[in-house]
Design a binder for this molecule. Structure first.
Ligand code: FMN
Length: 731
């Protein structure tokens, strides 16, 4: 079933039941405190499993002139109904070991009574009970559809509990708490539904009937109560109620209501007169009551309270996610066939729509006719000159829900005249297939005879408004229209800036313009190699990100100086001792792996940056191999010294260099092709590959690895990607 079917069912069920769910959850939280409060009262008799009926009855008979019934409730409170020595009728809690009276049962608190009856029937009698039963059933369906959504999101049952990426607060905790409290919520829903079915007799009630053959009742041999076999063999923990004989007449008998059956016992001989074993439905009702109310365990009652509170959070966060998903949609001003600019959006959770809206408004401001729709709605556009695709990626590089049909429709639906296109991919580098669907769209559009690319494909990591601004600038230049938008309307929370001081900087000595810069945080700062340093060179929204190497607790960056580079120019102009402000973006998917047999690091150019720190801190001497591609040997000189030291220290096992403009004119992918057998074999043993550098290099390397892994390991490269065995940070 597709994700949208599960999602719409999940949402529709939640919408249809949310008010009743809120009421049931709030009252459920309150009611969970009833068993907790009961457990604090001093009437509980310990170790009822070690005390038999044969031991208790004689003790009680001594303490009371007459006993009518003994009941044992879910709290293990033993209540005697009978007559005391003064001839008064009494109902008291007793210590079943000593017969001592412990207290008098109090009427259930009016407050709890009120809440209980509201929880069960909303004060609407049978109609209310029906609605509450229906709510429990809907909760069951919501839970099942939620489980299906998590399985799809996690790409399989086996990965149900694997780590999830924290994209935004509500989504993260909706899924995280959903997994954590899945069992209690499922049990609340299941037991609530079951109890309602029993209440409405859809599951039939079981009436216990005792078939006693009174003609065969014996009055010989007379035994002492303590010698009755059934009394001696039945611990009180198994008993719910003992009804004493009405008189001493042999035809009156003991009735024992046990947890699994009801028996009658001859009061003179102790013989079993009849036995009626409860059917499964009665046992299920009992179990459902225990699980639904938490009456047998204070700890379970607290878990139920937490689960009920969590249902409230699910409702709130679920609606917040939905509003966000729907919030960014654009209402079109013009009809599709009147527009020159067509914006096609691929989005699952709505943020890409916000970016599409910014583009739409910028085009309208320039007097252009523009039409926005989702990728699944792709069709012919009579006057289209530009098709601009903004799309996210989900799952294993899959399309978002509203774009699943696009590639198929595209093949069947040519545009009536030539059109330019541009694709902007939205994704996250925390996932193995960064912006893969955008690449698929770009590829498919490129194959269409009527389509010509206006811009190369661009990607945006983590919804960066800055990267979006850069793309808008490029587009603006191409279509010769000033496209302005407000970064603030797209920005998330501002990042926390830290003070850093430059401690060292090398000078550019080679043609490729690379240099190293080391900075010291002024205060304690948590970071590690592979994290990203965000700087704001012009003190405005424009952000530049650099991969960090942690070397001697300093932040070391490896940078290529571009002629008019905002970020590289800013950093190159900093002097030793100068201060700057920057933020650290945690990038956990690209940290050095622990406890693996080997790591293969593959990079080109300044992509070597994070590896310098990882190798330096490889104290455990994990077998590490570094493959680097540079233009010329001079480009490697910058790293020669530190890498030489790591080789000597054993932090790096092997170093492989490819120079594209010297000697054999090799690229790093040539080295990988050369060593593919060794790499494939090590991958079978659990090794990890890390790739950092240009996207083009990443693509080439992945192609070679895919072919090698299929041939040697019978697995695709995507298998290793989805099992976090290939980590990538390319740009
Ligand atoms: C469950 C899930 C899976 C994702 N999978 C990928 C992925 O495989 N590749 C990728 O680049 N981004 C992936 N992302 C990140 C989204 O594509 C990215 O956050 C995007 O900006 C979301 O846009 P939207 O809010 O319009 O759906 C994933 C996000 C989530 C929540």
């Amino acid at each position: 079933m597709t994700i949208s079917v599960w999602r719409y069912s999940h949402l529709a069920l939640a919408v249809s039941s949310f008010l009743l769910l809120v009421l049931a959850s709030v009252t459920g939280i309150i009611l969970a405190f009833e068993p907790v409060a009961a457990k604090t009262q001093p009437y509980n008799v310990e170790d009822l499993d070690k005390l038999t009926i044969a031991q208790t009855i004689p003790v009680l008979k001594k303490k009371f002139a007459e006993v009518t019934t003994v009941t044992i409730d879910a709290n293990d409170f033993v209540t005697v109904n009978g007559i005391d020595d003064n001839g008064e009728s009494v109902t008291v809690y007793v210590n079943a070991r000593t017969g001592e009276t412990l207290g008098t049962p109090q009427k259930k608190s009016e407050f709890f009574q009120w809440v209980t009856s509201f929880h069960r029937s909303l004060f609407l009698n049978e109609l209310g009970r029906f609605f509450i039963g229906l709510t429990a059933f809907l909760l069951l369906l919501i839970t099942i559809s939620g489980i299906a959504l998590i399985i799809q999101r996690q790409r399989g049952i086996k990965r149900f509990f694997t780590k999830i990426v924290r994209e935004n607060f509500f989504q993260y905790y909706h899924v995280q708490l959903g997994r954590l409290l899945l069992i209690p919520v499922l049990l609340i829903a299941l037991t609530g539904t079951y109890l309602s079915l029993v209440r409405f007799k859809i599951i039939p009630d079981h009436k216990v009937t005792q078939n006693i053959d009174f003609d065969k009742i014996e009055s010989d041999p007379q035994k002492d109560l303590s010698q009755f076999a059934i009394f001696a063999n039945t611990p009180l923990s198994q008993v719910r109620e003992i009804e004493f004989p009405f008189s001493e007449d042999v035809e009156d008998y003991f009735t024992l209501k046990l947890k699994d059956r009801e028996v009658t016992v001859n009061q003179i001989t102790g013989d079993l007169l009849s036995e009626s074993v409860y059917p499964v439905s009665v046992l299920m009702t009992e179990l459902s009551l225990n699980l639904h109310t938490g009456r047998t365990s204070a700890i379970w009652a607290i878990v139920l309270a937490l689960a009920s509170a969590n249902i409230l959070f699910f409702i709130y966060s679920g609606f917040a996610i939905t509003f966000k998903r729907l919030g960014g949609r654009t209402k079109n001003k013009y009809k599709k066939d009147d527009c020159e600019y067509i914006i096609l959006v691929g989005s699952e959770n709505g943020t890409t729509y916000k970016f599409a809206k910014a583009l739409y408004q910028a085009l309208l401001k320039n007097g252009q006719k523009c039409f926005v729709t989702e990728l699944n709605n792709y069709t012919t556009f009579a006057k289209a000159k530009q098709i601009l695709v903004l799309t996210a990626t989900y799952g294993l590089g899959d399309p978002p829900a509203n774009s699943k049909k696009f590639l198929q429709i595209l093949e069947k639906t040519p545009q009536p005249h030539p059109v330019h296109f541009s694709v902007l991919g939205f994704g996250s580098k925390s996932y193995p297939d960064f912006c893969k669907f955008a690449f698929d769209v770009h590829q498919s559009l490129s194959m269409q005879p009527w389509a010509t690319p206006l811009l190369e494909i661009h990607t945006i990591n983590d919804k960066s408004p800055v990267a979006f601004g850069e793309w808008m600038e490029l587009l603006s230049a191409k279509i010769e229209l000033p496209l302005n938008f407000s970064v603030d309307s797209l920005a998330g929370k501002p990042k926390r800036l830290h003070d850093l001081t430059v401690v060292k900087k090398t000078l550019v000595k080679t043609e490729d313009g690379s240099f190293l810069i080391s900075m010291k945080p002024d205060k304690r700062l948590r970071f590690t190699s592979g994290d990203l340093l965000a700087i704001y060179p012009a003190n405005d929204y424009r952000e530049r990100l650099y991969s960090i190497a942690k070397v001697n607790n300093h932040i070391q960056l490896s940078i290529k100086l571009h002629q008019h580079g905002l970020g590289s120019g800013f950093l190159y102009n900093l002097q030793e001792g100068q201060a700057l402000k920057a933020a650290v973006d945690r990038n956990p998917h690209f940290h050095f792996p622990s406890k693996v047999p080997a790591v293969f690091m593959i990079c080109n150019g300044t992509g070597i940056a994070p590896f310098l720190g990882m190798i330096h801190n490889n104290q455990k001497k994990t077998e590490t191999h570094l493959y680097c591609g540079f233009r010329a040997s001079a480009s490697f000189e910058l790293y020669q010294d530190p890498i030489g030291k790591e080789l000597q220290a054993g932090n790096l096992k092997t170093l492989h260099l490819a120079y594209s403009r010297e000697a054999d004119k090799q690229y790093v992918n040539d080295l990988i092709r050369r060593d593919q057998e060794t790499i494939a074999q090590k991958m079978q043993e659990g090794a990890v590959i890390m790739i950092c550098g240009s996207l083009a290099m990443q693509k080439d390397v992945l192609e070679i690895l895919d072919e090698a892994f299929k041939r040697i390991n019978h697995k695709e490269v995507s298998y290793y990607q989805s099992h976090n065995k290939i980590l990538m940070d390319c740009y």
